[in-house]
Write a protein that binds this ligand. Sequence first.
Ligand SMILES: *Cc1c(COP(=O)(O)O)cnc(C)c1O
Length: 459
Amino acid sequence: MHKNVSASRKLWKLGSKDWNTQYFDFNKDGDLVVKEGNNIYNIRYLAEKMGTSLEILFPFIIEERIEDFLDLSFQLSKKVGYKGKFFYHYPMKVNQNKEVVMAMVSEGAHLETSSFNDLWLVKKMLEQESFNPNIRILCSGPKTDKYINLIDDLQHKGVKIFPLIEGPNELKFLQHSKYDVGIRLDMPVKAASYWNKPIDRFGFSAKEIIDMGSFKNLKIIHYHIGSQIEKLSDVIGPIKYALDVYFKVKEKNPSLDTLDIGGGMPIPYTRNRSYPVDKLMDKIFTLIVKESEKRGMPHPNLVCEWGRYIVAPAQITIFKIIDSKLISSKKADAKKWYVIDGSFMNDLLDTWAIGQKWSVIPLNNKRDDKLQDVWLAGSSCDSDDIYTGVHGSVTLPDYDMNDGEPMYIAVLDTGAYQDPLAAHHCMLSSPLKIVAENGHIVVARKRETPDEVGKNFGW
Ligand SMILES: *Cc1c(COP(=O)(O)O)cnc(C)c1O
């Protein structure tokens, strides 16, 4: 007999738009499935067939999220009478996987690059004619000679490309160049985000930008205060500040027509919802309309670069439990260690770097009636290679190695940042990566052999 599916669905918070799990469910055998229209992917089956550790990317989730987001923005801008143009730029550093970027572009996203190598991928896409020539590219990151030459090259080929000036040296050679440029504003406003540091590493103060006077090619005021901004007011406050700077700078720079508010829209990793995107977008458009009309000025175009928000829910990471061990200390919040056949430190590195929290669920609901508070340990030898949950432990079905059937878990929302940060501590191989699309499974990255991992170290 199998457990009650609706109870399991509720227990693991599946099937809910609030948690971005509307595509996830358990089937009649209790296996975790992901539904793409009429296609259904049985995740337990894929884990058994492909082996673990395993990453599964679902491009259709990206496509749906972009489509919903662009529709929503269009509806809200009409509703509040916003007359500017709205551009969504996908920041490629969040996940450069080809299927991710292609899914973005196919649904109307523009791009933002963070380096020469990022932009190199854009050039490859251009050569393969895989995007619409109207696409717009914003270029962040240090403008090395190579980077500038590539910007030049793409501009010659007709791509609409905008370097964003981030430092004094870049200012010198971009201020009066042939490019339309943006300039990065250093935001002195505090926000509840790990990345909102009280140091002015990037960009220029408002006063510095205003004092620069006029340059003919200035189009964009850009800022980025941090990722996963937990409070709505911490998004709105900086926009208000930036709009004030925008209108002051526009007095001497009539070419200026766009405000770029960077990234930061959060993901409910811990299933504690912060603020809904429609409420935020409504507030943003309303604020721009109000501040523009107060000054009798045209509404600036708006750019946003929310990466994590679109991509994180489109990938999951699967591990098998390969050992369990009782925790003897009575003071511990957990009773057992579960050891996984992958590594938090390598494969989900933010767990270690910034204390990232995750939603962890089983791939089958058969053991759902007996739950256990556990800690998860990675396969490296490092005592830091652990995940101890949102409130001191991870709740998972109780598991006894001796009961014969393997137990698998899925870590949800792993699509943002984890692949680019991945490492090879203890020479462990990265997870096999597959892409599930239109009912087909394609291997995007084979399981690394010892020779392949060794190559990184000169072997
Ligand atoms: C990292 C980054 C982003 C993306 O931030 P998210 O929190 O993922 O939305 C956007 N713009 C810039 C300039 C960035 O550095």
